[in-house]
Write a protein that binds this ligand. Structure first.
Ligand code: PGA
Length: 250
């Protein structure tokens, strides 16, 4: 049985004070127990976040990491630094990073490997543009994204990888994929993982949906067999995010 996970992705939002007050409210109103919950907060808010969530089940996630262990990479953050902040999950190849910062499948693959070596779970994002979907290219694209991201990833470690299906046309747009569209692609991703690692491993890998998830549509999405939770942007910036968390399957 896969444990559901709900991850808030705050992107470039939230000062330290805002971080403290929102996480305090959320921590106090989470009801269900058997769900992993994490917040990918900006680096500058990590310390403030830890102060609030330290004594709780809420984990810290990172929005990014550099693929090299150390060196002359001005402005970057290493895996060791994330370990130092007690980070448990790290987003990889979010579509905004693919588009704005040239993050390729090859870079994603390197990041996944360095994270796994340090026991931080990578949350690798895949997804198509509206144009690619309309041309019927989305499943081929997603197969390529998944296969390249997981290239030569150790079989023993792959169940620590989380894959998030985030169609670009649904991110920050208020347009959510229908539950059928989301389930179709998430089950396809599981099939691709099974092609590489076999069915039993694919059944243990957690696959999330992301793209305009909110307190009104979360329950329906989480009811789908192959959707094991969500990666949530805009709706994770408000106290009502707790309703998304509470909608997860226990
Ligand atoms: P959204 O963002 O929930 O605001 O659509 C999701 C994401 O970018 O991970």
């Amino acid at each position: 049985m896969r444990k559901n996970i709900v991850i808030g992705n705050w992107k470039m939002n939230m000062t330290r004070e805002e971080t403290k007050s929102l996480l305090t409210v959320i921590k106090e109103s989470i009801k269900i127990k058997n769900v992993d919950v994490a917040f990918a907060v900006p680096y500058t808010s990590m310390e403030a976040a830890l102060k609030v969530i330290d004594d709780s089940e809420i984990a810290l996630a990172s929005q990014n990491v550099h693929q090299e262990p150390r060196g002359a990479y001005t402005g970057e953050i290493s895996v060791e630094m994330l370990k130092d902040m007690n980070v448990k999950y790290c987003l990889v190849a979010h579509s905004e990073r693919r588009k704005n910062f040239g993050e390729t499948n090859e870079i994603a693959n390197k990041k996944i490997k360095v994270l796994l070596e340090s026991n931080i779970s990578p949350v690798v994002c895949v997804g198509e543009t509206l144009e690619q979907r309309e041309k019927g290219e989305h499943l081929d694209l997603i197969r390529t994204q998944v296969k390249k991201a997981l290239a030569d990833v150790d079989m023993q470690k792959v169940t620590d990888v989380i894959i998030a299906y985030e169609p670009l046309w649904a991110i920050g747009t208020g347009v959510t994929a229908t539950t059928e569209q989301a389930e179709e692609v998430c089950s396809f991703i599981r099939y691709v993982v099974a092609e590489i690692y076999g069915v039993s491993i694919s059944e243990s890998v957690r696959i999330l949906y992301g793209g305009s998830v909110n307190e009104n549509n979360a329950k329906e999405l989480f009811a789908m067999e192959n959707i094991d939770g969500a990666l949530v942007g805009g709706a994770s910036l408000k106290p009502t995010f707790v309703e998304v968390i509470n909608a997860a399957k226990e």
